[in-house]
Design a protein around this ligand. Structure first.
Ligand code: ITT
Length: 196
């Protein structure tokens, strides 16, 4: 089975992705690979930041690897917090502060439409491939639920009536931007293997 190092320090991402892999490939987290590194995300797009993370780990290990950069894009806020989702309320802000800032900025706005977007950057035999996953939904008036991470307590995906944070991981994965991007990655790896 193919092995890919996953260039992330976010253990929720590792768990969510491992839950949908089945036998498609073996994911080795940075922790499992014994790599302790805080990878910078200096760019203005998810695509560039995802590339930065995967290239950094590829240069360090020489192994096939992937990363993902994700963000919440809110229509009434012109796509904010977007690429700055993790640091919306400041460089050291936690999820509660980011959510408070988001809800404050949405006060008096009429629309609550938003989408999560994930970009995966795969480095295979030294070459980069990108895969995108989108989940549309809306922002609630107040946080609900304790599961998941980040903005999960204030995001209800289209087709559901509860927030991501009120769902089990498997339920979240029925809608998730991350799962959609991973499915594209798996389909690519399958077709790549057939061509080999
Ligand atoms: P790595 O860079 O180490 O992968 P990170 O948490 O810094 O981990 P990102 O730079 O991709 O990840 O930041 C994404 C932020 O967007 C994340 O911290 C959350 O605030 C938010 N986010 C992304 N996906 C999310 C999801 O599925 N549920 C809730 N919030 C999410």
């Amino acid at each position: 089975m193919k092995t890919l190092v996953f260039a992330t320090n976010n253990l929720n991402k590792v768990e969510e992705i491992k839950a949908v892999l089945h036998d498609s490939f073996k994911l080795v987290s940075l922790e499992e690979a014994g790599i302790d590194i805080d990878i910078p995300e200096p760019h203005h797009t998810l695509e560039e930041n995802a590339g930065e993370k995967s290239q950094t780990i590829y240069k360090l290990t020489g192994k096939d690897c992937f990363s993902e950069d994700s963000g919440l894009e809110v229509k009434e806020l012109q796509g904010e917090p977007g690429v700055r989702s993790a640091r919306y309320a400041g460089d050291n802000a936690g999820p509660e502060e980011n959510i408070s800032k988001l809800l404050f900025n949405l006060k008096n706005k009429s629309g609550r439409e938003a989408k999560f977007r994930t970009v995966i950057s795969l480095i295979l035999h030294g070459k980069e491939y990108l895969f995108e996953g989108i989940c549309k939904g809306k922002i609630t008036d107040h946080p609900s639920g304790k599961s998941g991470f980040g903005y999960d307590p204030v995001f209800i995906p289209d087709g559901a009536s509860i927030t991501f944070a009120e769902m089990s991981m498997d339920e979240k994965n029925n809608y998730s931007h991350r799962k959609k991007a991973v499915e594209k990655l798996i389909a690519f790896l399958n077709s790549y293997n057939e061509q080999e």
